[in-house]
Design a protein. Structure first.
Length: 592
């Protein structure tokens, strides 16, 4: 059952989601009005916004995933899945008043969900969306929803504000929903004053708006594309002010807010980002910016990153699903953590905690035996073991060392201390350690347990959760085989990252192969166990029955059909005076 559901989520949600998105975001006439950032007040605490659903639909369908759903061998699966979903929702038409295609075609321009600070009240939730020439269907949905609320005890009233009618629904427990329609746009929220404020701004009342918010502006400037490219999705969060706003109504939370300056967390000014599809040679580009006060203090200061070498290690296999390497100042992070922790808990508490919970247990003095030996580079790899199974996903964490001999002695001592659980193994002429975790007894169909492995490879401490990847790493190094750094796709991505960085030196570099992950889910969904589980679920659940029928009538095409649409991607992070900036992208296959 679990395998079936995971496989369904892994592959078919892409196809179903794309089909729905294509219908939901049909083109129409855009309602001329100020954008959400010019309607929401300056003290907006967070938002996520599709800037124009029509553009998003067009751009998304031009991506590899969108093109994949239109492939002659893939399209029948998508069409039948969407048809089946439409049939399932058809049973609700009598109560809703609209069919699924009619419902999902309502958004016709900007769609924004936001949290707005309100004086002496919790933050208000606001929804704003353009219905354009689908406003009649939007009215039907609102009317059906209003009638349903009234039938359950809600009270409806109308108020006139600046010649505009605002509908108010008040529930039995004083819950409130207020909404109005203007120029083909619906604006609603759970706070009447917040809704009135937006209407007032729209009607020309003076006052600062979100676009005047300095933090919002800084983040959006960092997350914009080129002059000719506008993000299709933007988002923004002011986490500290969200906490402060909620704390006004919550005594317990006020204590946590009072501690924020001590921890240095009040230096987290805001977080935001953007998503763009179909941008020249890129399938997608994502930006994320963490705006931090300068100078940093407390926990924020612990984010001690620095630029460094990002060329993959000689032992990194070529067939990884993803690769990330980052450079951390461990000593700076620890020196910041200890006094901050002790300032809250008492002098020497951190040291005693480490002694009791780590040193006494393992016999290792981290500060004296481990910390001085760490160079600071950390690498993280994901890889899929074949054939596909529930435990195929394997991860690796590696930390570069200054002193491999010292760490080697620590590992030997650790293995001797726990010799009943840790055994020495050998592969490709190199020794490593394997942790034997007991399998649960007297449990029917016990879940697979990890098999942790660790040791020193070249000048790195390496840890994996399965021996297959550890041994692959050893064979790559021992045979002097081609490594990830020699791979043409990695070189291409590294070159793109260098150009995207604009001269800034990244503190983190990442590489990904979407085809490796999708191949895993493809194999899983086509496996006998998954299909058998799907058949069982189909007997009890209409959705799984529809899915089972679809896959029987339209089997997935060979993976090579899907693979031709998938291209590698990359990511990087930079650290500057304004904070941390993350950027990731996926390339477009040539010929698309």
């Amino acid at each position: 059952m679990i395998t079936c559901r995971m496989a369904v989520v892994g592959v078919l949600r892409c196809f179903v989601g794309t089909a729905i998105l294509a219908c939901a975001l049909a083109a129409s006439v855009y309602a001329g009005r100020p954008v959400a950032a010019e309607l929401l007040p300056e003290n907006t605490l967070g938002l996520i916004s599709i800037t124009d659903t029509r553009v998003l639909a067009e751009r998304f369908m031009n991506t590899s995933l969108g093109r994949m759903t239109q492939d002659p061998q893939m399209k029948p699966v998508v069409v039948q899945l969407y048809s089946s979903l439409t049939e399932l929702v058809a049973t609700l038409r009598e109560s809703i008043g609209l069919s699924l295609p009619e419902i999902v075609s309502i958004p016709q321009g900007e769609v924004t969900f936001a949290f707005v600070a309100v004086k002496d009240a919790p933050p208000a939730m606001i929804l704003l969306f353009d219905a354009g020439d689908q406003i009649a269907n939007a009215r039907i949905l609102l009317q059906r929803g209003t009638d349903a609320a009234v039938s359950k005890g809600a009270k409806r009233q109308e108020v006139i504000v600046k010649d505009m009618n605002i509908t108010i629904l008040t529930g039995p427990n004083n819950g409130l929903l207020a909404f109005f329609e203007k120029d083909g746009t619906i604006v609603g929220g759970n706070n009447l004053e917040a809704v009135k404020r937006i209407l007032g701004i729209w009607n020309g009342e003076k006052g600062k708006v979100l676009s005047d918010n300095e933090n919002f502006g800084t983040i959006m400037n960092r997350c914009q594309g080129s002059k000719d490219e506008r993000p299709q999705i933007i988002w923004f969060v002011d986490p500290i002010n969200i906490m402060r706003s909620i704390a006004e109504q919550n005594v317990d939370l006020r204590v946590a807010v009072a501690i924020l300056p001590v921890l240095g967390l009040d230096g987290l000014s805001a977080i935001g980002g953007s998503i763009m599809y179909d941008v020249g040679q890129y399938d997608s580009i994502n930006h994320l910016h963490v705006l931090l006060e300068n100078p940093r203090s407390g926990i924020i200061k612990m984010i001690a990153l620095e630029p460094g070498v990002s060329t993959p290690e000689r032992w990194a296999p070529t067939d990884v699903a993803s690769y990330m390497t980052i450079h951390v100042k461990f000593d700076t992070a620890l020196k910041t953590l200890v006094p901050m922790y002790d300032s809250l808990s008492g002098e020497g508490v951190f040291a005693r905690m480490i002694e009791q919970r780590f040193t006494a247990l393992t016999g290792i003095d981290f500060e004296k035996q481990i910390l001085p030996a760490l160079e600071g580079r950390v690498t993280y790899i994901t890889w899929f073991e074949k054939p596909a199974s529930m435990v195929s996903g394997v991860t690796l964490v590696a930390v570069k060392l200054k002193d491999t001999e010292a760490v080697g002695k620590v590992l030997d001592a650790l293995a001797k201390r726990f010799d009943e659980r840790i055994s020495r193994q050998s592969s490709s002429g190199k020794d490593y350690y394997r942790v034997n975790i007991p399998v649960p007894q007297n449990v029917p169909d016990p879940p697979p347990v990890p098999i942790p492995c660790f040791g020193i490879v070249d000048d790195y401490f390496v840890f994996t959760n399965r021996p297959s990847l550890y041994e692959k790493v050893l064979s790559t190094l021992a045979e002097d085989a081609k490594s990830l750094g020699d791979d043409l796709e990695f070189k291409l991505i590294a070159n793109k990252i260098k150009r995207q960085s604009g001269g800034a030196k990244p503190v983190m570099l990442g590489f990904s192969r979407p085809e490796e992950g999708l191949r895993y889910w493809y194999d899983m969904i086509n496996s006998d166990s998954t299909r058998e589980s799907l058949k069982k679920q189909a007997q009890k659940n209409p959705f799984f029955k529809s899915l089972d029928t679809t896959l029987q009538n339209n089997p997935l095409p060979p993976f090579e059909v899907i693979r031709q649409y998938l291209a590698p991607g990359g990511s990087m992070a930079t650290d500057d005076s304004s904070g941390l900036h993350f950027m990731s992208f996926t390339l477009r296959r040539k010929g698309e």
